[in-house]
Unconditional design. Structure first.
Length: 577
């Protein structure tokens, strides 16, 4: 039976036209992915901005960036700051995320499904929501928490200060906790409980079972999640960029942004620094892939059947429930409430006057000339990127699974490359590649960048769906006289409908909150909602920024609810995975 199953799912021998099509797809994907990367390295060895007639080849920028790491150059402090943020964010985020994953997946905690949805809520909005919320709460002079503290104690010194090294870590941690949770909760659910049950029968209490059995088994999954979050934290632009600017704490990603947007503009220096940030991110991704490549060392699902058992908490149930409620309140509910509150406050005050709340910021927002343009661009870009990635992903994933060849294997590798490149760096490469072209500073260059960067979600996820379809169904359609195209449209596509909708929704949400690449590439007519929010924050219009963040959250939340209603709860689980 096993041999028959393998035979049914093995790819057929490729015809000459099919081989030519595969190589044609490889050339197209290579041009899509490698053009901005090649342009980035080209820019790093140029003396002037793209298009300048004075530009010559030089290694001065490379020497200033890499040599400056050891001689006190501008990249030294920025790089050390980025690493100094990424390491504690990685450790704390993983500690909280693994704890949440264990509590929801492995214990008899009441309301587990509610908690799971609550802790995934931050994945719906951009990091700027956390920046706004904690600025309202923990501003050292006018933050609501500090105002309340001063009123109660009479002390003038602030209790908390979001504009500090610790404040930046605090906001980044709660932005990345959902990633650590998602990357570990599935492994906890698939873990064979027999070892824990044996330890319990031997008299081990909850703490000993957790520290000596569960966590050591989870070491591989946890370490992989930690390396992944380390890479994401290195490329994080918005949180350290805005909060750190108040105390002159600059990260490498934000320093690259400044060299592309602040006078004097230094695009060659930014390109050279981009190669450094890409190298740092590549180290983390390399270690992550090496660890996941040898995941058989950490097998938790075996051929022996088992029924996943929930660990009884006993008297610890109310304690653990209270801890999770507190984490949700601090990480999500409190900053979200602060954003909504600030959106309803016409003027920033040191106190809280509920009688003065109004919709003035929303009214002013929708009177602005650029808000409708930003809203339209964001929705069009998100929907367009999701649709294109799904369509291309269907074609590529099907050919990768059914028509295996060296060309398709190379495509599988190429489409995964952009997701490992920091957004600011990828945007910079696109800028160098297309400056002076009709795409430059238009919505089309944003669409091209997003499709290139997020195509991997469509290819990989849809590929997993294609592998689950028995090829015997396609063979039956062929015997009945269906052409390959008709078989694909009327057999594969309907069966892949849940996966297609999940991928579309996932990419839509990602693009709606994207800012790292778009902040490098946008123009006057191609602004998006995250870009407008960033601009309002920089200009000090916190009320407008808060109102726009609420509008963006409502749009994404409405789309998610509509998809859940139309396609069922399976969409959520697949999109999260």
């Amino acid at each position: 039976m096993a041999e028959q199953a393998i035979g049914r799912n093995a790819g057929p021998s490729m015809t000459r036209s099919s081989r030519l099509a595969s190589w044609g797809l490889l050339v197209a994907v290579a041009a899509l992915v490698l053009t901005p990367l090649g342009a980035l390295f080209y820019g790093a060895v140029r003396s002037h901005s793209p298009g300048s007639r004075k530009g010559v080849f030089t290694f001065a920028n490379i020497d200033a960036v890499y040599g400056g790491l050891f001689t006190g150059g501008w990249t030294q402090v920025a790089t050390l700051n980025s690493i100094a943020l990424a390491v504690p964010v990685m450790i704390i985020s993983c500690a909280i995320g693994v704890f949440l994953a264990w509590a929801i997946a492995r214990t008899d905690l009441p309301g587990r499904r509610i908690f799971e949805g609550a802790f995934l809520l931050p994945m719906l909005y951009s990091p700027l929501v956390g920046v706004i919320g904690w600025s309202v709460l923990a501003d050292p002079r006018a933050g609501l928490i500090n105002t309340l503290w001063s009123t109660i104690t009479g002390l003038s010194d602030p209790l908390v200060n979001v504009y500090s090294y610790g404040g930046i870590i605090w906001v980044m941690v709660f932005y990345f906790v959902p990633y650590a949770f998602v990357l570990n909760v599935g492994t906890f659910r698939q873990m064979d409980p027999s070892l824990e049950e044996a330890a319990s029968m031997s008299g081990a209490n909850l703490w000993r079972r957790l520290t000596q059995i569960t966590l050591p088994i989870m070491l591989g999954s946890t370490a992989a999640a930690a390396l992944f979050i380390f890479t994401l934290a290195l490329e994080q632009f918005a949180i350290p960029g805005f909060l750190g600017s108040h105390i002159h704490f600059d990260s490498l990603a934000h320093a690259i942004y400044l060299r592309t947007n602040a006078y004097p503009i230094d695009l060659p220096g930014a390109a050279a620094a981009g190669t450094l940030l890409m190298l740092l991110a590549a180290v983390g991704l390399y270690l992550y892939r090496r660890l996941t490549r040898h995941s058989e060392r950490f097998i938790t699902v075996t051929a022996r059947g088992f029924k996943p058992a929930l660990m009884p908490l006993g008297k610890m149930r109310p304690v653990l429930t209270a801890i999770l409620v507190l984490i949700f309140f601090v990480s999500t509910a409190l900053p979200l409430a602060a954003v909504v509150l600030r959106a309803l406050m016409p003027v920033r005050t040191t106190g809280l006057d509920l009688a003065s709340l109004s919709f003035l910021n929303f009214a002013t927002l929708f009177q602005a000339q650029d808000i409708l343009l930003g809203l339209k661009n964001s929705v069009y870009l998100a929907a367009g990127t999701a649709t294109i990635c799904v369509l291309i992903g269907l074609i590529l994933s099907y050919r990768m699974v059914r028509l295996k060849s060296p060309a398709m294997s190379a495509i599988d590798y190429l489409v995964a490359m952009p997701i490992g490149i920091p957004g600011t760096v990828f945007g910079l490469g696109m800028l160098w590649a297309f400056v002076g072209s009709p795409l430059y500073l238009t919505v089309w260059i944003l669409l091209l960048a997003f499709v290139t960067r997020y195509l991997v979600y469509g290819v990989r996820t849809l590929g997993n769906g294609v592998m689950q379809i028995d090829k015997a169904l396609e063979e039956a359609a062929t015997v009945a006289g269906a052409t390959p195209a008709r078989t694909f449209l009327f057999v594969n596509v309907p069966l892949l409908k849940p996966v297609i909708t999940s991928v579309w929704l996932l990419i839509f949400m990602i693009v709606m909150r994207e800012i790292s690449a778009s902040v490098i590439l946008y123009g006057v007519d191609s602004v998006t909602m995250p870009i407008l929010t960033w601009g309002y924050l920089l200009d000090g219009f916190y009320g407008m920024a808060s109102a726009l963040a609420v509008v963006q959250l409502l749009i994404v939340g409405t789309i998610v609810i509509l998809f859940r209603w139309a396609f069922g709860s399976d969409v959520k689980s697949r999109a999260v995975a």
